[in-house]
Design a protein around this ligand. Structure first.
Ligand code: ZN
Length: 244
């Protein structure tokens, strides 16, 4: 079984299309939240995601904001402006799909959340001292998360509870059959923030027991032009060039 693992698409259609093309054949799709917010194509991204095979997805903080279910004072000025823009553009079918999503999903030995197992909506999982309470909050060997827009792996020895945190590069592989428990962030499709502007995604192959981190270039100027046309904040478009 080959899973395409995606997070933080953020209404970036060019990035999503490039990822789907680069991913090749896959049997199932795991999406880790923040389908909308920041970018110019919330409805097209929703429609395209929904056409992917065996989709399992969770909701992110920007999806909640677009639904009007979040106090926008928790966002910075540009994120708030983009959230209000998204609210005004969201189609009835996109709204109803986002409304159907839960905060945690579990399937085939995998847990999926947006932020973290402890706080699926808000926690940015970045440092080793966050590991103990988070590994205690799920029971599967592996958990996938997003939200930071930076690929990252927490790997814990099930007996000693010793945990290592690594930031994988593009093309890096994990052997997920080695008995370690892991929380894995594949990075962001539509708004990477690790100084690599390419769209990020992961492929989990349960037959070979391997998870691979991938990056793919997409037409950043085209996304930026759509953002300008839509009247979205200039800074949100500009940062795509730098992956910041
Ligand atoms: Zn996000």
């Amino acid at each position: 079984m080959r899973y395409l693992v995606l997070s933080d698409i953020h209404s970036n259609l060019e990035a999503l299309e490039s990822v789907l093309e680069a991913a090749g054949e896959f049997d199932a799709t795991l999406f880790l939240g923040d389908l909308v917010g920041y970018g110019p194509n919330p409805n097209q991204c929703t429609d395209l995601l929904l056409r992917q095979p065996n989709l399992t997805a969770v909701i992110g903080n920007h999806d909640l904001a677009a639904l009007g279910h979040l106090d926008l004072d928790s966002f910075n000025a540009q994120a708030k402006e983009a959230a209000l823009w998204t609210q005004s553009r969201l189609s009835e079918s996109s709204r109803s799909y986002l409304n159907s999503l839960g905060q945690i999903e579990e399937l085939d030995g995998l847990t999926a959340v947006h932020g973290s197992p402890s706080d699926p909506i808000w926690e940015y999982l970045e440092t080793r001292n966050q590991a103990p309470e988070n590994f205690a909050r799920f029971t599967t060997p592996m958990c996938f998360n997003g939200h930071t827009h930076v690929p990252r792996v927490f790997a814990q020895d099930a007996d000693t509870k010793k945990t290592e945190v690594t930031v994988p590069t593009s093309g890096a592989h994990l052997d997920v059959t080695d008995g370690l428990r892991r929380i894995v962030n594949p990075g962001s499709v539509g708004q990477p923030r690790d100084s690599d502007p390419r769209a990020a995604f992961g492929i989990l192959d349960t037959d070979t027991g391997r998870f691979a981190f991938h990056r793919v270039e997409y037409d950043i100027p085209a996304t930026q032009a759509r953002m300008t046309e839509a009247g979205l904040p200039d800074q949100l478009a500009a940062r795509l060039t730098f992956g910041m």
